[in-house]
Write a protein that binds this ligand. Structure first.
Ligand code: GDP
Length: 304
């Protein structure tokens, strides 16, 4: 397996990314930035950090944050009356402190991310999909909420009415992302929430066009099983934007962008509907519980 570019969101994507990293030395993760937020004066990039930590071998098993981390700073912040609904570990905070410092020195998010990857001995590269500000807002029955407010603070409970990628009219792809896509032999869309994790990446000017133009083999892995996602609010969001909440809806969302959609073998009956969207459909066991599942699915994705 040669140069692979993986479009990734958070913890669902991280498992496939870890599998792919066992198959190639030339893996570039293009990460969502729509979930970035400012907290305690620090710039937090949750999905970028998940990709960085997984490739550095220090991702916590729960799928975010650093393994064996402690939360003493957060406890003290709570004691001081600060908002602590967004959990930040002590070691994790070191990343945010360093990143914020480097950004304030005028460096681009891409440079800062690559520097942090370097210092953590990351195998491969993590690239934020843009250096521009782009934030995902969820329109709900309780007003418009930042993705993290919707998902973490409100625990995904409000009714979803729509989604907006704030800043997408100005967000442009970086030269690093464009050159990674142009040079890729294979482009993988990881199992992720298509609306809140991959949608923002595709909303960055230049990214979709570069993928469409690329002659790489393009493969998307479905995060859906039957008529629901394995986890998280993907179903609610897909419904709000008028998609079917299954792998057929996913294939419709990625139509024109990928050659193949990998779906769970239990959803074999959806195959013809997916092919009707103009994409190939490949069946696999798509649940990743163990490292061996990740490698098995990654191997499938590398071979289809
Ligand atoms: P997060 O929401 O920030 O963690 O980021 P992602 O969008 O990357 O991950 C969530 C998505 O991954 C959800 O839509 C899940 O259905 C999906 N997911 C989680 N675990 C698995 C898995 O083991 N296999 C597959 N195929 N999808 C998964």
């Amino acid at each position: 397996l040669q140069r692979v570019v993986a479009l990734a969101g958070g913890s669902g994507s991280a498992k496939l990314v870890r599998g792919l990293a066992t198959l190639t030395d030339e893996l570039t993760v293009v990460s969502n930035v729509g979930d970035n937020l400012w907290m305690h004066g620090l710039y937090i990039c949750p999905d970028v950090d998940i990709a960085t930590y997984v490739l550095a071998g220090i991702l916590h098993r729960r799928g975010w944050g650093v393994k064996e981390d402690t939360f003493r700073t957060l406890s003290q912040l709570a004691a001081l009356g600060a908002e602590t609904w967004f959990r930040l570990g002590d070691r994790d905070l070191a990343t945010h402190i360093l990143r914020t410092k480097m950004l304030k020195e005028g460096r681009r998010l891409t440079e800062v991310t690559l520097e942090i990857c370097n210092r953590l001995n990351v195998l491969g590269k993590v690239l934020p999909c843009t250096d521009s500000e782009l934030q995902t807002y969820i329109k709900t029955n309780r007003g418009e909420l930042h993705l993290q407010e919707f998902w973490v603070k409100e625990k995904g409970r409000p009714e979803v009415l729509g989604v907006r990628y704030k800043g997408s009219d100005r967000a442009v792809a970086t030269k690093e992302v464009l050159s990674a896509i142009q040079g890729a032999h294979r482009i993988v869309i990881c199992p992720a929430n298509p609306i809140s994790s991959i949608g923002p990446i595709l909303a960055v000017r230049g990214v979709r066009e570069a993928i469409v133009k690329s002659r790489a083999r393009k493969v998307a892995v479905s995060p859906m099983l039957g008529n629901a996602p394995f986890s998280g609010p993907a179903g609610k969001m897909m419904k709000a934007v008028g998609l079917r909440t299954d792998s057929v809806g996913l294939a419709a969302f990625y139509r024109g962008l990928v050659n193949v959609v990998v779906i769970d073998q239990e959803d074999v009956k959806m195959r013809s509907d997916i092919e009707a969207e103009g994409v190939e459909c490949v069946l696999a066991s798509t649940l990743m519980k163990k490292r061996s599942d990740e490698i098995r699915l990654a191997t499938k994705v590398a071979g289809v």
